[in-house]
Design a protein around this ligand. Structure first.
Ligand SMILES: [Fe+2]
Length: 265
């Protein structure tokens, strides 16, 4: 059994700075860690937590230190990949375990667990909202997939390789999703792809592979597919995901609002 918790889009800032003048993301993250800590006994042993990008809002080292003070309360190993709000340099300084990725500066890595490998991919284009999978990152993925052809793989990248229907986010989507799809269609491994970026929970097919985006810690984006939908966020409580292997991948959505009372049948 392997169990991985996914959190995403925390957008940490150093208090009293608020994201968009509205969100005290440090307080939201503290509350999220409290909620995950409360939920943990319900899951069985959890192997690690992965944060799938936009860990900070400004990519500053102080915010990464705040991240560490909170995530370490869970007493679990943790993994990180960058999002468009993050900084590769500040992440390398803050998380020395990231050193040794590809030689092209991207923060790509593989972590091995008993039931599946987790492959972290760096999809950012520095100083841009949209993302891309560079040739070197695709080569890294190809090698990683070939290295253990029979083991399932959970692939994590910040930008989702699908159209969400949320237009202001699709405008800063991922370039190169077709190449990823082709690569995954040719692997012998069972793969699930997990992403952040959309502040919304969406499940899609990418060729033969199931891809999903996790809700965010910081805020929520509306499911509003109208072409003229306003760009913005709501303060609706976000969520997180639990990814496990039970003769196949199982991904469960967990809310970050309180569970409330349990009423017996
Ligand atoms: Fe985000």
């Amino acid at each position: 059994m392997t169990r991985i918790i996914q959190i995403t889009d925390i957008h940490l800032t150093v208090p009293p700075t608020k994201v968009s003048g509205q969100l005290n993301t440090f307080a939201l993250f503290e509350q999220a860690i409290d909620k995950i800590e409360q939920d943990l006994p319900l899951f069985g042993d959890v192997d690690a937590v992965i944060a799938t990008g936009d860990i900070t809002d400004y990519g500053d080292e102080e915010s990464y230190q705040l991240f560490k003070t909170q995530i370490e309360r869970l007493n679990l190993p943790y993994l990180v990949i960058p999002g468009n709000h993050d900084s590769r340099d500040a992440m390398l300084t803050s998380f020395p375990q990231l050193a040794g990725g590809t030689e092209h500066g991207e923060l790509n890595w593989v972590e091995t667990f008993s039931a599946f490998d987790v492959i972290g991919l760096d999809s950012i284009i520095p100083n841009q909202g949209g993302g891309a999978l560079s040739d070197s990152t695709l080569q890294f993925l190809k090698r990683a997939l070939a290295s253990n052809p029979n083991k399932p793989a959970l692939i994590a990248l910040h930008h989702p390789p699908f159209e969400s229907g949320i237009h202001f986010m699709d405008n800063i989507g991922l370039k190169g999703a077709d190449t990823l799809s082709e690569l995954l269609n040719h692997t012998s491994r069972e793969v699930r792809v997990i992403c952040g970026h959309l502040h919304n929970s969406i499940v899609c097919s990418l060729g033969n592979t199931t891809v999903l985006s996790s809700p965010a810690v910081a805020s929520s984006f509306m499911t509003d597919h109208r072409p003229n939908a306003p760009a913005g966020f709501t303060k609706k409580p976000g969520g997180y995901m639990l990814h496990e292997w039970i003769n196949g991948f199982r991904s469960s959505y967990l809310s970050l609002s309180t569970n409330g009372d349990l009423y017996p049948f």
